[in-house]
Design a protein around this ligand. Structure first.
Ligand SMILES: CC(C)(COP(=O)(O)OP(=O)(O)OC[C@H]1O[C@@H](n2cnc3c(N)ncnc32)[C@H](O)[C@@H]1OP(=O)(O)O)[C@@H](O)C(=O)NCCC(=O)NCCS
Length: 178
């Protein structure tokens, strides 16, 4: 059996999956069901992070997913995933989704979203990752953006807790100090 190498190559930090949207993926209106797309997004993020880290990973969080446009049954949907950033045991995986109308070959960018995947060891405890090597300008840009999103996630989590526990106080303060 081949050993998992210490550092991942470009192919190992990126992963692409293309899926045909068959009629069984439709919702009540006849377009592709959002839940089906969410499941595929999670699968792609899992496969990308697991391959990069050479072990088991779980989904820690998913940032806001915006469905910019409908995806139609019969379209070919491509998910491009990339590890943008590594922390100690977590990594950010960005996924870009493009839907293609097969007969006209017209492609539309429909979703971009970001997953935080956490590497776990055999005891299901966070496992240390080999840091991502950053060499190109594009990799530097992705790393910097991911670092800023990591900070933003912490701010959102903190603020969400405040909102959940003290919504009336927050609105009251705002009215008092507009
Ligand atoms: C994700 C999980 C392993 C983190 O465990 P934990 O005890 O909080 O671990 P730590 O505090 O040591 O954090 C480990 C890493 O995960 C990150 N992390 C933890 N919770 C996170 C969250 N909600 N979102 C994003 N990142 C998170 C931390 O920032 C840390 O990153 P770093 O090592 O790169 O600095 C744990 O919360 C878990 O098992 N959650 C359930 C995951 C799951 O089942 N997903 C599928 C849902 S059906």
């Amino acid at each position: 059996m081949e050993q998992v190498p210490e550092t991942a190559t470009d192919q190992q930090r990126q992963l692409q999956m293309t899926v045909l949207m068959t009629p069984d993926t439709a919702n009540f209106s006849g377009n592709v069901h959002g839940g089906h797309v969410l499941k595929l997004l999670d699968q792609v993020a899992y496969a990308c992070a697991s391959r990069y880290s050479g072990g088991y990973v779980v989904t820690g969080s998913v940032d806001q997913v915006i469905f910019r446009e409908r995806i139609h049954v019969g379209e070919l949907v491509t998910f491009r995933a990339s590890v943008n950033f590594t922390g100690s045991s977590s990594m950010e995986v960005g996924v870009r989704v493009v839907a293609e109308e097969i007969t006209t070959r017209t492609a539309r960018h429909v979703i971009t979203c970001y997953f935080t995947m956490v590497a776990l060891d055999e005891n299901e405890k966070p496992r240390k990752l080999v840091p991502l090597t950053i060499e190109t300008a594009d990799q530097r840009r992705r790393w910097a953006a991911a670092q800023l999103r990591r900070e933003l996630r912490s701010e959102i989590e903190e603020r969400s807790l405040e909102i959940r526990h003290h919504p009336e106080d927050i609105l009251h303060d705002r009215e008092e100090h507009p």
